[in-house]
Design a protein around this ligand. Structure first.
Ligand code: 5AD
Ligand code: SF4
Length: 457
């Protein structure tokens, strides 16, 4: 995703490109706020930018390698700009920066600065230094970056639409055998309750209406408030009472941290969307153990039952990895069986890729690429069939949607259903940012078409 904002004619310009998860999207916004305060106007034309920031993802090999091909293109732009007497500072931020550090400078001579996710508050200083010498900052600093990052301007909040991300928790202590996150994002930390609520209130005051609370392990949230430990359910309850907040979501969760209070919140917190992204990765207990997930398939199914008892219409989403070392046909069949049993409304399937430094990377029972490809295709097909069935079952249903983005056709706007599907409808301009009651009238491949139920005011 690329960030845009108003641009003054002669201002210095920044172009930020975000890869990977929603936490990176949030971080990119915070970096845009830093750049804005430093006098950089945002541009979506990379060739016009004096400052280019790639916010990178390290989760799978393909995501990581994409950065180097992107940097190759940016290097040519930097050379073309230099030929016209224009300087360009190239920054690699995010999880590849954290994981590879100085190696990035070695592999790509155009890069001026490598900065890890914990150090974005230091960007003004780092960028100034990077004009003189090449710089790497991948420390885990003592100070809290959130205390030092500037708040977005009201214009920036408005330009980002009614849907806002707020990171409430970072890092992970679970150490799944396949995963780089504990190494790139460090150990689990939660932001204090008051700071999170202040940020939500400020965003709501500037026009944001839907909030997704983010964390690599968001349901492990345990923020402090007057020395009292506060869990995610309590944080969501407090957030629901902030004026302007119309809908709440949270991502991403680990099954081990689905506590009773959070399950109850799905019954009791009327702002909380009936949607839960709860990765399981595999339906085979043998593979779950090898992945160090510390739960079984039936533990997961029990959680699904409890959440459904609290909120019968809830839509489940998940992540799956196929081709983890040692995965047999029987293990894979167990995954397909679990998919059918839960009936996911949407889910993501990934082919396992060995990541440097993770325990699973040392395994000697790797699965052949053609087997991975076949399993991925079979799982994807099954998940797509379930997604389409879920979408079809929505026809005739009524629910609230907050619209904000312009659709392809005149007067058409796009918003998200309570179940995270894209919904488009013809909405009068005066009702943008309101919770509007709609009825679903048609299913399209990647969206639902709706009509307004309430008379326009
Ligand atoms: N290979 C493939 N997929 C991975 N994921 C995490 N690490 C790997 C890996 N090494 C997937 C998991 C996780 C999602 C964000 O990415 O499914 O939930
Ligand atoms: Fe990618 Fe994980 Fe980093 Fe997000 S936290 S950008 S998914 S490696």
């Amino acid at each position: 995703m690329t960030l845009t904002a108003s641009s003054a004619a002669n201002a210095r310009r920044v172009h930020i490109k975000s890869f990977g998860c929603q936490m990176n999207v949030y971080d990119s916004q915070r970096m845009a706020d830093v750049a804005d305060k430093e006098g950089y106007a945002a541009t979506d034309r990379v060739e016009d930018a004096d400052l280019v920031i790639l916010n990178t993802c390290h989760i799978r090999e393909r995501a990581s390698e994409k950065i180097y091909s992107e940097l190759g293109k940016i290097r040519e732009l930097k050379q073309a700009r230099a030929a016209q007497g224009q300087g360009t500072t190239i920054v690699v931020a995010g999880c590849v920066a954290q994981a590879e550090g100085r190696e990035i400078l070695r592999r790509q001579s155009a890069v001026d600065l490598v900065v890890g996710p914990q150090n974005y508050h230091r960007l003004p200083d780092l960028i100034a230094r990077a004009r003189v010498e090449r710089v790497v900052d991948t420390d885990f600093p003592a100070e809290d970056k959130f205390d030092l990052l500037p708040a977005p301007s009201r214009e920036a909040v408005r330009a980002r639409g009614v849907s806002a991300f707020v990171t409430v928790q970072e890092g992970c202590d679970k150490f799944c055998a396949f995963c780089v996150v504990p190494y790139t994002r460090g150990s689990e930390t939660s932001r204090p309750v008051g700071k999170v609520l202040d940020e939500i209130a400020r965003l709501a005051d500037a026009g944001a209406r839907e909030f997704t609370l983010l964390g690599q392990n968001v349901n492990a949230y345990h923020g402090l408030e007057e020395r009292r430990d506060t869990d995610l359910a309590a944080l969501l309850e407090r957030a629901a009472n902030i004026p302007g907040v119309l809908r709440l979501r949270y991502a991403t969760s680990h099954p081990l941290d689905m506590n009773e209070a959070l399950i109850r919140a799905h019954a009791e917190n009327d702002k909380l969307a009936p949607y839960l992204h709860l990765p399981i990765q595999s339906g085979s207990d043998r593979i779950l153990a090898a992945m160090n997930r510390r739960h079984t398939a039936s533990d997961y199914l029990r959680i699904v039952d409890r959440v459904r008892a609290a909120r019968p219409d809830i839509a489940f989403s998940s992540d799956f990895i196929v081709g983890f070392p040692g995965e047999t046909d029987a293990d894979f069949r167990a995954t397909l069986a679990l998919v059918d049993e839960v009936g996911f409304a949407s889910a993501y399937a990934f082919k396992y890729s060995a990541r440097p430094g993770t325990p699973a990377a040392a395994a000697n029972d790797a699965i052949a690429e053609d087997v991975k490809v076949a399993r991925h295709a079979a799982l994807f097909e099954r998940l797509e069939a379930l997604r389409l069935a879920f979408n079809r079952a929505c026809v005739g249903k009524r629910f609230g949607v907050v619209f904000d983005k312009r659709g392809r056709h005149e007067g058409q706007m796009i918003g998200r259903s309570p179940f995270m599907q894209a919904v488009n409808a013809t909405v009068p301009a005066g009702r943008i940012g309101e919770m509007v009651e709609v009825e679903i009238v048609e299913v399209r491949p990647n969206s639902l078409r709706a009509q307004l139920v309430t008379a326009p005011s």
